[in-house]
Design a protein around this ligand. Structure first.
Ligand code: PCA
Length: 207
């Protein structure tokens, strides 16, 4: 049976929950004929690479989809590209911040996702789940984990597909915010990641 590893992040930036973990943790154990495994990742630039590599080595998945929160976005956004830079005013959950440093000093400038991002967007929209392809995952921890993932897979696990999907706030999170910000129901985002898994599953080689 094929296996997809999903990762979601812990809460950060004052939020009590992170829709990425809330959604990833609600996925079933199996989607079609694909086994789903999951890990939570800390919102820490310097901690994610080793934990992600450990998860990939332990689980030996056929594809890895990392998921994170993009609070100001209104729809589900599969990411096309990860860039080799850490650059954000906000510190991570360990209190660390970076201003323009590379993720890997001798690494390539960028990596493209190897999951079928355009098909995922098309299939989400066809199912009534709002989605658009994103051309930037930012330069905070989500871009960092996506870069580490694609770097690891290209160097050590070239047959494993990898990518990243950003989710908006969940509706319940917005109750904690004073301003009016976009959100989606968790059930819609669970449906979205389920469709993403099914779409990726169709690209995995048959045993
Ligand atoms: N979102 C942040 C980091 C963790 C998360 O869920 C980001 O977009 O970089």
């Amino acid at each position: 049976m094929k296996k997809i590893l999903f990762t979601g992040f812990a809460p950060f930036g004052g939020d009590k929950t992170n829709p990425s973990w809330e959604t990833v943790s609600r996925l079933p154990e199996q989607i079609g004929d694909i086994r789903i495994v999951r890990r939570q990742m800390p919102v820490e630039y310097d901690g994610v690479a080793a934990l992600l590599e450990q998860a990939v080595r332990e689980e030996q998945p056929d594809a890895v989809i990392c998921v994170g929160q993009a609070g100001k976005r209104s729809v589900i956004t599969p990411e096309l590209v990860a860039v080799n830079v850490k650059d954000a005013v906000s510190p991570d959950n360990a209190g660390v911040s970076y201003a323009g440093e590379p993720i890997r000093a001798d690494g390539p400038a960028a990596y493209f996702a190897t999951i079928p991002v355009r098909d995922i967007v098309a299939n989400l929209k066809a199912a009534g789940v709002p989605a658009v392809l994103s051309y930037t995952a930012g330069a905070y921890v989500c871009n960092c984990i996506m870069y580490h993932l694609l770097d690891l897979l290209s160097l050590r696990f070239p047959r494993v597909l990898g990518g990243f999907i950003h989710l908006p706030f969940s509706c319940d999170q917005v109750c904690e915010h004073s301003a009016s910000v976009p959100s989606l129901p968790l059930e819609t985002m669970v449906k979205g990641l389920t469709i993403a898994a099914e779409t990726v599953g169709r690209y995995l080689d048959a045993d």
